[in-house]
Write a protein that binds this ligand. Structure first.
Ligand code: ADP
Ligand code: MG
Length: 684
């Protein structure tokens, strides 16, 4: 038997079973042995009934005293057994299982595993509902039982016996160790075929832990190899753009910046400049908390490419943001003769065509745009640098689309305000070098954050009004646009009407949301930028990047509807100037969980710490889901708990990349594991 054999070589796998297995993603023997248990049941600890308590999970070995079958009015089969082990008795029920009565009738040593409950109306007597069971007879119970995810009518037993068959038919002999020599020893990892066997047939929980560790390492190692390969590829087979050392133009622009750069900003730009001066193309991520000043760093990089007679492109996730960058770059750079173009979806066809022409003939130096930038029709004359702002809004493939040009590969800079923990950065952006901007510009006062219940709203808005009268501006953020029939939440529109018609009737207010036309959105933002509008009622369209330093107050209505990182991004819109700023979250706290979550926002202002908390509260699955790299879920590794393994895997992948044979092996297995998924990324 080979790992690549399809599963219909197994006993009992006909076309029906094969269909279910395929649905579960199981096609080959390799798929099956990497179908890891989701859980284990330790059946080596057998409890006595007299010592059980309701609420715990336990294993007992019992005799079946009586077993009866009844039917409910709706025809549901109910099997009820009384079982005993010499220290006490219990009532056990199963539903809709026609075989149980026959299987268990009169049996002496039956192992039951499940949750202990109080019997219904049983005055403290104990019960189990639908426990798993195994008739032991003379055998002693097996120690640790793997529990798999099952779908359809496939049972645990069937999966187990398929895996058993695979190992009985000698699959272990065909499993080669793919890790570079010494690596296993260096990191104290279990041998590969042993790990595959132990993960399915452990004798102790220690076996499980060791096997898991080896397999999780392997998984992370393969992904890291893929990311390293991506990086290598983009740097090797294409000619990059080689920029010269910083020159006069850059010096002049630098001198015109109205503030001193922070050390982190300086350091980030220095790394970028060095990368740009190499003849392989730059692939760098600038990660900085909201408000840390990434834009100016991007601007300098763009000026550097212009100075070398190249064009630069800056891609923003929303039209509002593109417009904002466009306006500020124009103001700062046009005096130096740098020509800035804007390319968003809202232009007329004629304006589009004109811009395409200008880009093609190098009549613009820096083009700022949205997704419109990556359309096929956009052809740069000499593209030297591509920057994507707020990267998490773009997929890897979109990033790649802009990078594709004829012949030379431009330098690539990615900026993100999503402060993900370092180890996660490696998993998501493992193909990029990272610069961190942690330090905030001087003079910033942390945003003071409050959590209030809706009955305080009139006081809150009175406070907002006072701040506006002092000269500040304010945001009111709402979760929904229109009145909703299903959710009992006030919409942005309703709140806008309420505020404008009431306490803010003498104050210029505006409404902005995602369903407005781009042109209208831009007008609204422009007026807010100019300070003509004082209060802006908004949905999350203002979440990323919007920069109005005079706005220092934000009210977030129904804050419980937002995730922590989203709240942090929203809050990042204020506290951008020298004023005291206030973020007031209005929330109905109907669960302990949402209270804990929102309280975290009050206590923590550092985006990186907040992300770690978010990760803990939500678990890596959900958190990670947002930053998918297109590989689907991790099968066995846990992005949070296996952080140490991830770092080891990264190191190992970098070493392997030096050794052709090891690296080739890893990449071969990677493409098997991800069924071409990774190749797609590698190709793009
Ligand atoms: P983000 O990193 O969230 O994109 P921005 O680049 O929009 O942040 O910068 C936020 C604000 O801080 C802007 O108004 C910008 O002009 C200002 N700023 C950036 N760097 C500095 C600095 N070193 N000193 C003072 N203000 C700065
Ligand atoms: Mg920004």
């Amino acid at each position: 038997m080979e790992l690549t054999d399809t599963l219909d070589c197994l006993r009992g796998v006909g076309s029906k079973r094969r269909e279910i297995l395929e649905y579960m993603g199981l096609i080959t023997v390799y798929d099956l042995i990497t179908y890891y248990p989701r859980n284990y049941e330790d059946r080596s600890k057998i409890s006595k009934i007299s010592a059980l308590r309701a609420g715990e999970r336990a294993c007992v070995i019992v005799s079946v005293m009586s077993i009866n079958e009844t039917f409910s009015k709706r025809g549901m089969r109910l099997i009820k057994a009384t079982v005993a082990d010499g220290t006490g008795y219990m009532v056990v029920t199963w539903f809709n299982n026609a075989y149980i009565k026959k299987t268990l009738y009169g049996k002496k040593r039956v192992l039951l595993t499940g949750e202990i409950e109080y019997a219904y109306g049983g005055m403290g007597a104990l019960a189990m509902s639908a426990p798993s069971f195994e008739v032991l007879g003379d055998a002693s119970p097996k120690g640790i039982i793997p529990i798999y995810r099952v779908t359809g009518n496939l049972t645990q037993k069937q999966i187990r016996s398929m895996i058993e068959e695979v190992f009985n038919r000698g699959i272990r002999a065909t499993i080669e160790d793919i890790l570079p020599r010494d690596l296993g020893k260096k990191y104290g990892l279990m041998e590969r075929s042993e790990a595959f066997y132990r993960v399915h047939f452990p004798q102790t929980m220690k076996d499980v832990a060791l096997a898991r560790r080896r397999l999780a390492f392997e998984e992370l190692y393969l992904i890291q190899c893929g990311l390293v390969a991506m990086k290598k590829q983009s740097q090797s087979n294409v000619q990059g753009v080689k920029h010269l050392a910083n020159g006069k133009l850059l010096e002049k622009v630098y001198a015109s910046i109205p503030f001193a750069l922070t050390n982190d900003q300086k350091r980030a730009f220095k790394s970028i400049a060095l990368d740009m001066e190499k003849d392989i193309s730059m692939r760098r991520l600038v990660q900085g908390d909201v408000g840390s000043g990434k834009t100016v760093v991007a601007m300098l990089a763009l000026v550097k490419t212009v100075e070398n007679d190249y064009q630069g492109a800056l891609m923003a996730p929303t039209g509002i943001l593109a417009q904002q960058h466009y306006a500020s770059f124009k103001e700062q750079l046009e005096p130096f003769g740098i020509r800035i173009g804007l390319l968003t979806g809202k232009l007329t066809k004629k304006e589009h065509d004109e811009m395409y022409e200008k880009i093609r003939t190098h009549q613009v130096d820096i083009v700022i745009g949205t997704h419109a930038l990556i359309e096929d029709k956009v052809k740069f004359s000499r593209l030297g640098l591509v920057i994507t702002d707020e990267q998490h809004r773009f997929g890897i493939s979109q990033r790649a689309a802009l990078e594709k040009t004829n012949g030379v590969t431009p330098d690539v800079l990615v900026m993100t305000a999503t402060p993900i923990p370092r180890t996660m950065t490696l998993t998501v952006y493992g193909d990029l070098d990272v610069s961190l901007i942690q330090e905030l510009p001087p003079g910033r006062k942390p945003v003071r954050t409050f959590l209030r219940s809706p009955d305080r709203r009139s006081l809150i808005y009175k406070f907002v009004k006072d701040e506006i009268e002092k000269g500040r501006q304010a945001y009111v953020v709402c979760p929904l646009v229109e009145e909703s029939e299903t959710l009992d939440l006030p919409s942005a529109e309703e709140i806008y009407e309420e505020l404008k018609g009431g306490i803010f009737k003498d104050i210029p207010c505006a409404l902005i949301h995602g369903r407005m036309k781009d042109k209208d959105k831009e007008d609204v933002m422009e007026n807010f930028h100019l300070g003509k509008t004082k209060l802006l009622v908004a949905t999350t369209v203002i979440e990323v990047g919007v920069n109005v330093p005079n706005a220092s107050v934000m009210v977030i209505e129904h804050a419980e509807r937002f995730g922590l990182s989203q709240l942090h991004q929203l809050r990042g819109r204020i506290g951008r100037g020298e004023y005291d700023s206030y973020c007031i979250m209005v929330a109905t706290m109907n669960s302990e969980a949402s209270k804990v979550r929102l309280q975290t926002m009050v206590n923590i202002t550092d985006g990186f710490k907040l992300a770690e908390e978010d990760l803990k509260l939500r678990g890596p699955g959900e958190f990670f889901g947002k930053f998918q790299h297109g590989l689907g879920d991790l099968k066995i590794a846990n992005a949070l708990e296996d952080a140490d393994l991830l770092l080891m895997a990264r190191e190992a992948a970098l070493i392997a990349a030096e050794n052709n044979e090891d690296f080739k092996n890893a990449l071969r297995l990677l493409s098997v594991t991800y069924k071409g998924n990774f190749e797609h990324i590698l190709d793009s």
